[in-house]
Design a protein around this ligand. Structure first.
Ligand SMILES: Cc1cc2nc3c(=O)[nH]c(=O)nc-3n(C[C@H](O)[C@H](O)[C@H](O)COP(=O)(O)OP(=O)(O)OC[C@H]3O[C@@H](n4cnc5c(N)ncnc54)[C@H](O)[C@@H]3O)c2cc1C
Length: 397
């Protein structure tokens, strides 16, 4: 067993980390605090800065995604600015990655070059006011209109929608909505007639990422992802499963940032004549922060490797990684807040921003409850199969 990154992976990790520390981290607080009307323009600048340096490319291979690279880049960007990571992954992973994995050659050549240079920004819209975890309950439908498709529906929380040039939209493709096989992911371009994007929404955390509601009224789609109707449900599940790695990376990045600033604070702050890090109660918190974060990273890298190698365990490992890393981020941010105490609670402090950002992981792209359900279902299947095998052999005996 070899836990080492390859020399190329380790170099990529060092380079993107150094780049994000100098170019992205200094803007994190500004993005969080700026008026909603400015958030789109500011984030677009950040995404272009990342893409110009080649940092939208990690993970993109000829016809597939390398999830280890996706993880390494995601953690480094998130450590510098979680909102930038959220926005970058919505474009470079959820949208461009979806096109990379499922798009036709024509779709890849039309959309991937501008998306990976951040000349165009992408988004992926599936959840709706009445349907988040229960994707089959979406109400958006598309009807055939000659050679094209027209979509009607409402998607209520879509990262990058205010700045998006390309939006992947999950919808049923007939009025008899309900069956998995009747869903497709449609490609909708900025400016399409019938497409309305709301003003950026207010959110508790991740305030630097532009998020809005997308309304489609008989809106013309430019095509179906992969050009095969009926694949949308499976494509969506696959993207969200691979997406667990990116969300885990985001959470570990937040955790690492919390650890770094808490560690520095514990060395510098004094109480009762001693640096607070010298008190066991504070030191234990730092130890737990490190342990939880490292476990999240290990689970995520193992799951990423399992996806890259088509391991049949990959879906459950990815769910475990997302579940653990996101709950760890919430706890780590809580410990960090406790170390900073009153000064962490002040609005505008790094700790306060990270505490708000950390809470996102347990909710998005498959809540903790949904990840636990998937893991339990898989384990229960194994348990039942093992039980059948046992009873079978007992019968033979
Ligand atoms: C910052 C942010 C960014 C987002 N970005 C996007 C985006 O870019 N595109 C997009 O389409 N969506 C996006 N979302 C929406 C996100 O994917 C949903 O919020 C998420 O999937 C959960 O859905 P919901 O909020 O509708 O909760 P619900 O599905 O209504 O769940 C409510 C509660 O019930 C629980 N629950 C539901 N079903 C079960 C069950 N079977 N068993 C046990 N518990 C259950 C849930 O775990 C949760 O605790 C974003 C959300 C946030 C907060």
């Amino acid at each position: 067993m070899d836990y080492e990154l390859s020399p190329e992976q380790a170099k990529m990790q060092r380079d993107i980390d150094a780049f994000c520390r100098s170019e992205i981290a200094p803007r994190a607080g500004i993005l969080d605090a700026c008026p909603r009307s400015e958030v789109g323009r500011r984030m677009k600048e950040n995404l272009k800065t990342l893409a110009r340096a080649g940092w939208f490319e990690p993970g993109h291979k000829e016809n597939s995604l390398d999830l280890v690279e996706v993880y390494l880049a995601g953690e480094a960007v998130a450590k510098a600015c979680p909102s930038t990571c959220l926005s970058a992954r919505a474009s470079a992973f959820l949208c461009a990655g979806g096109i990379r994995t499922f798009g036709t050659d024509a779709q890849k050549s039309a959309y991937l070059p501008p998306l990976l240079r951040a000349e165009q920004i992408g988004a992926f819209a599936w959840s709706e006011p009445q349907a988040g975890s229960d994707v089959q309950a979406i109400a958006s439908t598309a009807r055939k209109d000659g050679a094209s498709w027209r979509i009607s529906g409402r998607k209520d929380i879509v990262v990058n929608a205010p700045i998006a040039d390309v939006i992947l939209v999950l919808a049923y493709h007939d009025a008899q909505a309900g069956a998995e096989g009747d869903m497709s992911i449609f490609i909708v371009e900025k400016g399409a007639a019938g497409l309305t994007i709301s003003d950026p929404l207010e959110t508790m955390g991740m305030r630097g990422a532009p998020i809005s509601t997308v309304t489609l009224q008989n809106c013309e789609a430019s095509g179906i992802l992969g050009d095969i109707p009926g694949e949308g449900y499976v494509q969506h599940r696959s993207m969200l499963n691979m997406g667990c790695i990116g969300v885990a990376a985001l959470c570990v990045g937040v955790g690492t940032a919390c650890m770094e600033i808490s560690n520095a604070y514990a060395k510098e702050r004094t109480a009762f004549g001693k640096r607070i890090g010298m008190y066991q109660e504070v030191g234990f918190k730092l130890a737990d922060m490190f342990t939880y974060n490292d476990l999240g990273r290990m689970l995520a890298l193992k799951a990423a490797w399992a996806i890259n190698t088509n391991d049949p365990e990959a879906p459950v490992l990815a769910a475990c990684a997302k579940l653990f890393a996101s709950e760890a981020a919430t706890r780590i941010a809580g410990w960090g807040m406790q170390i900073f105490a009153g000064h962490g609670y002040l609005a505008g402090s790094h700790m306060e921003r990270l505490y708000r950002d950390a809470r996102f992981g347990e909710i998005c792209e498959g809540t903790s409850e949904m990840q636990r359900s998937l893991i339990a279902r898989t384990e229960l299947d194994r348990f039942l199969q093992a039980g059948q095998a046992d009873s079978g052999s007992a019968f033979v005996a």
